[in-house]
Design a protein around this ligand. Structure first.
Ligand code: TPP
Ligand code: SF4
Length: 284
């Protein structure tokens, strides 16, 4: 048994053969292993979708919520228990579509969580409708005349809202992806890692080959503290698609804003219910 195997559950996977979720899972297990995080020390929060099934195939703590609603319980967990490493895993539809509002306001709060978005530019589980990141003009079984809206640019959106860690990975660059996941987990604050992940069944445009012809790694001397440079890089999409850490900055995290919180989980704190008695007198 290799060290990574401790993170794999024994459930049979329901993903299609060749799905980009498989290398993503391998990169995640590798990252957890290399960071020395054992299954009880990690919790994954998911919504609904093929990406969200990751929770069933990785052996850590977890919570499977409604479509698009994985961020609020993840933040809640982070607030009450700072000892667990908290990850959110969800699809591009789950994060940028149904969960769009949570995504926006989560960035303002900067909770200490890692968000892995399996971005296959399609709704995979429901058989290939367009998602917010689907390319303009692409046809689907529903949008037979082609998508007539511009795709959302998650990197640019996260940067413009002030996210403290913004990165993009590609499942066809597994070692690079594993390093990105490690950096995202190590970041203190909200870390968005948008991961290009082909859906081999329903997205016939953004295939492995399509990405391999376009994806390139940000140079070793790229300065990820340069905000304006990051914005400029975020605009690159088409013939050239950069992957790597676009931007990172240490900022106050959500827990820091609560004076009553410290490094201990709430459950370990002493509570004194009778302490509220003087305040109740006000209501008499
Ligand atoms: C509020 C709500 N809207 C729609 C659905 C139906 N639904 C379930 S999964 C899914 C698509 C998932 O796509 P995505 O989040 O991109 O993940 P993927 O399956 O591609 O990994 C949809 C539309 C739902 N369950 N709940
Ligand atoms: S439908 Fe697409 S995303 Fe879902 S398992 Fe199959 S290849 Fe993967």
């Amino acid at each position: 048994m290799s060290k990574e195997d401790i993170y794999y559950s024994n459930q049979e996977t329901a993903w299609c053969p060749g799905c980009g979720n498989f290398p993503l899972r391998k990169a995640l297990a590798g990252a957890l292993n290399e960071l020395g995080l054992l299954p009880p020390q990690v919790a994954i929060f998911t919504g609904i979708g093929q990406a969200a099934k990751m929770l069933h195939y990785i052996r850590v703590n977890g919570f499977n919520g409604l479509h698009g609603r994985s961020i609020p319980p993840a933040i809640g967990s982070r607030i009450v228990n700072p000892t667990l490493k908290v990850l959110v895993e969800s699809g591009d539809g789950c994060t940028y579509g149904e969960g769009g509002n949570h995504f926006l306001h989560n960035i303002r709060r900067n909770p200490d969580i890692t968000h892995l978005v399996h971005n296959n530019q399609i709704y995979g589980l429901t058989k290939g409708q367009a998602s917010p990141t689907t390319g303009e003009g692409m046809t689907t079984k529903i949008q037979t005349e082609g998508i007539n809206s511009e795709p959302l640019n998650p990197i640019k959106l996260a940067l413009s809202l002030g996210a403290s860690f913004v990165a993009r990975g590609f499942v066809g660059e597994e070692d690079h992806l594993r390093e990105l996941i490690k950096s995202a987990i190590k970041h203190r604050g909200y870390a968005l890692l948008d991961i290009l992940q082909p859906c081999v069944s329903f997205n016939k445009v953004n295939t492995y080959q399509w990405y391999k012809q376009r994806v390139y790694k940000l140079a070793d001397n790229y300065d990820d503290s340069d905000y304006n440079k990051a914005l400029k890089k975020a605009n690159e999409w088409g013939e050239q698609i950069p992957i790597g850490i676009f931007y990172r900055k240490e900022k106050k995290i959500f827990r820091d804003r609560f004076s009553q919180l410290d490094d201990r989980p709430l459950v370990e704190k002493e509570i004194n219910p009778l302490g509220v008695k003087p305040f109740l007198l006000d209501f008499k």
